[in-house]
Design a protein around this ligand. Structure first.
Ligand code: FRU
Length: 440
C-alpha cells in the first residue's frame, strides 16, 4: 500500500512519528502503531519509506514486543546512523498488570518504563529477538526522574559524543533528562531541565542545532485548561545547550508549534540537503471508515513535513519545498480528494476576506487568520471548532493551503504561523479570492 503526501497507517491506529531519518538515500518514517483496531493499545512501530517526502511506501511493522522489558509496548523514540547501521532508540513499557478485560491497557495505568534500542544493519530488517538491548534501566531514584513517565529518547551526535534527551516528570512538574554516551550504546546521566512550562509530564522532547543556538520541541501534558480537547500541546522555543555539561536554557517562552491545536508529538531530522525538517501526529477524535482503496478503518495521520527556518531571529515553519513542488496539475475544485489526491491553493487575504473550502471557513479578522471547522466536524462534543493565529502585521496575508479529505493545513506568510485542522466530510466547492489551485 502507498500513501501520497500525508502518511497514515495502512489501517487501524497511529500516533507519534518515530525514528524519522534520511538514511542511505531514503527517508524512513516510523510511527506509533496499534495494528489490531483503530484505537490506542500495545504499541508497535509501523514503518514507511519515501524518496521524496511525497510518496510513501508502507513496509509493515518494524518493532514489536519480544522482551520482558518491552512486553507491553514499544513507545516513541528516534533513529541515528552510526557506522552505516540504523540505530533505533525507544521506550520499553512493562505493565504491572494488564487489564483483565483488555490486555492492551494497564490496570490502573500502572507500568514501568526503561529505554532500549534495536540496531538494524540496513533499515529494512529488524531482528526483534537478537538485536535489541536495554540501555537505561527503569529509574529507581525519583530525584532523577519518574519510573513510569520517563520516555521518548531523541538521540543525536555532536562532536565526539552522543546525546539523548528524554521527557519526564517529578512532583507533578514536567522536565527533560539528558544522557551522554561515547558510542551510542552505553549511556550516563548528565543533567536535567525542569519548568512549569513543561506541563505535568513532558513528552517527546527534541533538541536540534540551528545556525544560531538550538530549537527545543516538546509536548507538555495538561497545559490548556479550558476543558476542551486537547489539553496536551506541541510547543517550541529557541534554546541554548552546553554539550560539556548538558545544561539547557530556553531563550523565549514556549510557543504553539501549530495554532490549530490538533497537532502533537513533533519530531525533527535533517533532510537530504541538510535542512531541519519536522513532522508530527495529527490527532483525530474518531476513525475514518473503510475506504474503497482497501484501507481499513484508520485513525491518526502525519502532518506535512515542515522546514525549520530562522527569519530575523524568529522560527518559521514553511512547508517542505519538495512537497509544494509536487502540486503541478491545475484543477478548479476539491474533486481530486475523492481519489485521495490532495489539493494545494493559494490566496492573499485582506481584513474581512473569507474563503470557503468545501465547508471549511477561513477568515482574516482583527488581523488574525481564523480557521472554522464548525460545518465539517459534525457531532463532536467538547472539541475546539475555531482556531486563530496570533495577530499578524501588514495589510494583507498570504496563505498557502493544503487540503486532504481529513486535514487542512494553512501556512500563513510562508510559515510565519501554521494552523492545521482535522476535518470530516468536506465538500468539493470552493469560494473566495483563490489564486492557484493544483493537485498532484
Ligand atoms: C505521545 C506519547 C508518548 C509515548 C507514546 C505512546 O503521544 O504518549 O509520550 O511514547 O505516545 O504511544
Amino acid at each position: 500500500m502507498k500513501d501520497c503526501v500525508h502518511l497514515k497507517a495502512p489501517g487501524n491506529w497511529s500516533n507519534d512519528p518515530n525514528g524519522f531519518i534520511y538514511y542511505q538515500g531514503e527517508y524512513h518514517l516510523f510511527y506509533q502503531h496499534f495494528p489490531y483496531a483503530p484505537r490506542w493499545g500495545t504499541m508497535h512501530w509501523g514503518h514507511a519509506v519515501s524518496r521524496d517526502l511525497v510518496h510513501w511506501e508502507h513496509l509493515g511493522v518494524a518493532l514489536f514486543p519480544t522482551k520482558d522489558y518491552d512486553r507491553n509496548g514499544i513507545f516513541s523514540g528516534s533513529a541515528l546512523e552510526i557506522d552505516g547501521r540504523m540505530h533505533l532508540y525507544y521506550s520499553a513499557v512493562k505493565y504491572e498488570q494488564p487489564s483483565a478485560e483488555d490486555i492492551h491497557l494497564a490496570e490502573g495505568d500502572r507500568y514501568e518504563t526503561s529505554q532500549a534500542m534495536l540496531i538494524s544493519r540496513d533499515g529494512r530488517h529488524f531482528d526483534n529477538w537478537e538485536d535489541k538491548r536495554q540501555i537505561i534501566p527503569v529509574l529507581t531514584d525519583p530525584a532523577l526522574g519518574d519510573r513510569k513517565d520517563t520516555r521518548d529518547p531523541k538521540v543525536w551526535r555532536e562532536g565526539d559524543h552522543y546525546y539523548m534527551v528524554l521527557g519526564s516528570t517529578r512532583g507533578g512538574t514536567g522536565r527533560v533528562l539528558f544522557f551522554r554516551s561515547d558510542d551510542g550504546l552505553s549511556w550516563t546521566y548528565a543533567n536535567q531541565y525542569a519548568s512549569r512550562e513543561l506541563g505535568r509530564v513532558l513528552e517527546c522532547p527534541d533538541l536540534a542545532r540551528l545556525d544560531d543556538g538550538y530549537l527545543f520541541l516538546g509536548s507538555p501534558m495538561g497545559i490548556t485548561d479550558d476543558g476542551l480537547s486537547y489539553a496536551d500541546q506541541a510547543m517550541y522555543a529557541r534554546a541554548d545547550f552546553d554539550p560539556e555539561t548538558c545544561r539547557m536554557t530556553l531563550r523565549d517562552p514556549l510557543a504553539f508549534l501549530d495554532h490549530g491545536l490538533d497537532l502533537y508529538a513533533p519530531q525533527s531530522t535533517l533532510d537530504r540537503e541538510g535542512r531541519r525538517v519536522v513532522v508530527a501526529w495529527m490527532r483525530m477524535p474518531q476513525p475514518v471508515p473503510e475506504a474503497p482503496d482497501g484501507r481499513g478503518p484508520w485513525n491518526g495521520m502525519m502532518c506535512l513535513p515542515r522546514v525549520v527556518q530562522l527569519r530575523e531571529g524568529r522560527v518559521c515553519f514553511p512547508v517542505h519545498p519538495d512537497v509544494s513542488a509536487a502540486f503541478t496539475r491545475p484543477v478548479s475544485d476539491l474533486s481530486p480528494l475523492a481519489e485521495h489526491k490532495p489539493v494545494r491553493l493559494r490566496a492573499t487575504l485582506r481584513e474581512g476576506d473569507c474563503l470557503d473550502l468545501g465547508g471549511y471557513q477561513v477568515r482574516l479578522r482583527d488581523g488574525r487568520i481564523e480557521g472554522d471547522r464548525s460545518a465539517v466536524f459534525a457531532g463532536l462534543q467538547g472539541r475546539r471548532l475555531i482556531a486563530r493565529s496570533p495577530r499578524l502585521t501588514g495589510a494583507c496575508c498570504r496563505l498557502d493551503i493544503f487540503i486532504d479529505p481529513n486535514l487542512i493545513e494553512l501556512f500563513i506568510n510562508e510559515g510565519e504561523y501554521v494552523l492545521s485542522h482535522v476535518v470530516y466530510g468536506l465538500g468539493t466547492q470552493l469560494d473566495g479570492p483563490l489564486e492557484q489551485i493544483c493537485t498532484i
